[in-house]
Write a protein that binds this ligand. Structure first.
Ligand code: ADP
Ligand code: MG
Length: 332
């Protein structure tokens, strides 16, 4: 059926036809690809076959390759290319002391490259963290990484779950229960970049309250009132105190109508947390945290100083409370 073949991926259709399925008709166009009506020569019945769009077909954007899949005793099994250690294992191997700026920069660039492709396709990864970034066989001695684990991914505008992202890397909008976009991946990415440099997670909160408190201490300010007003879970963390409460401010210095709850005020479920976090971590402002790392060393070379100032600037664009102002992968 040549009309049909014009619409679907020729290579795939030929492969399918040679094997088990004979393409009969076009059933529909989905968000992710076409669905074709096929005759199954094994079961002698019609089936609907979905042809997924191929992303990054030439393996140029640092996303793990799927090689094949099979069904084994009712389990869906997916074969991926073999990659190396994940970035958490790499940091651990380095005694959690962080990586040199040149590696932080190289890995960041590669992850962003993958994120541009994901964003163009409207895919939200929903679980970016060091464990889901793997070392790849390096190209000509340069270190390389790939993004893996699309097991929690969803499409922008078709989000289903509200309990997503690993806690340390969870964005303010997800914590607060506000409709989310691909910008949540950029937040996680910001957390990853900081962690690659300092060797420890930036917001290792033992609870969601703890994570939010750490964000506000390190970044200064709090999520903007517009977000707090619209989000459905704001009441778990904030008290509405009217329009001119002078104590708390959004990052741009505008007085907020919301006050962050004290530890005594939050639900017991939330407050059950160790007094000392899992990780030793100075509660410094972001610039000091990065600039003074490893916190006992005062002498920086000129290059180190320039690198760190640039890194702080970069992180501020990513770790922006307001998802609409947060940098996109292309901007970053
Ligand atoms: P989960 O959804 O359970 O987190 P992942 O796909 O993230 O599953 O895989 C779990 C771990 O297995 C990863 O953090 C990584 O260490 C290892 N792993 C996954 N895929 C690969 C791969 N292609 N090559 C090497 N190790 C992998
Ligand atoms: Mg994983």
């Amino acid at each position: 059926n040549w009309d049909l073949i014009l619409y679907v991926n020729l290579e795939l259709v030929n492969k399918m036809s040679n094997r088990r399925f004979i393409v009969k008709d076009m059933l529909g166009q989905g968000t992710f690809g076409q669905v074709v009506k096929c005759w199954d020569t094994e079961t002698n019945d019609y089936v609907a076959v979905k042809l997924n769009q191929k992303f990054d077909p030439d393996d140029k954007h640092n996303i793990v390759r799927m090689l094949d899949y099979l069904s084994f005793q009712n389990h869906l099994c997916i074969a991926f290319e073999m990659l190396g250690q994940n970035l958490y294992e790499l940091l651990k191997r380095n005694q959690l002391r962080g990586l040199k700026v040149k590696y932080v920069r190289a890995f960041s660039k590669q992850i962003l490259d993958a994120m541009v492709v994901m964003r163009d396709a409207g895919i939200i990864h929903c679980d970016l963290k060091p464990e889901n970034i793997l070392l790849a066989p390096s190209v000509a001695t340069a270190a390389a990484v790939k993004v893996i684990d699309f097991g929690s991914a969803c499409l922008e505008g078709k989000t289903v779950y509200s309990y997503i992202q690993s806690r340390y890397y969870r964005s303010p909008e997800v914590l607060l229960g506000y409709p989310y976009t691909t910008a949540i991946d950029m937040w996680s990415f910001g957390c990853i970049v900081a962690e690659l440099f300092i060797g420890l997670p930036l917001f290792p909160g033992a609870s969601e309250y703890d994570v939010l408190q750490r964000m506000m201490t390190i970044l200064g300010g709090q999520p903007p009132d517009d977000l707090l007003r619209e989000a459905k879970d704001t009441g778990r963390f904030f008290k509405h105190v009217g329009s001119i409460f002078p104590g708390s401010e959004a990052p741009d210095g505008i007085p907020s109508a919301y006050r962050f709850l004290s530890e005594e005020e939050i639900e017991t479920r939330e407050s059950k947390r160790p007094k000392v976090g899992k990780w030793y971590f100075p509660r410094l402002k972001l610039d000091r945290l990065i600039y003074n790392y490893p916190w006992n060393n005062s002498e920086l070379t000129e290059t180190e100083e320039t690198d760190r100032l640039a890194l702080v600037d970069f992180l501020k664009g990513l770790l922006e409370f307001d998802p609409n102002k947060r940098w996109s992968p292309v901007q970053a």
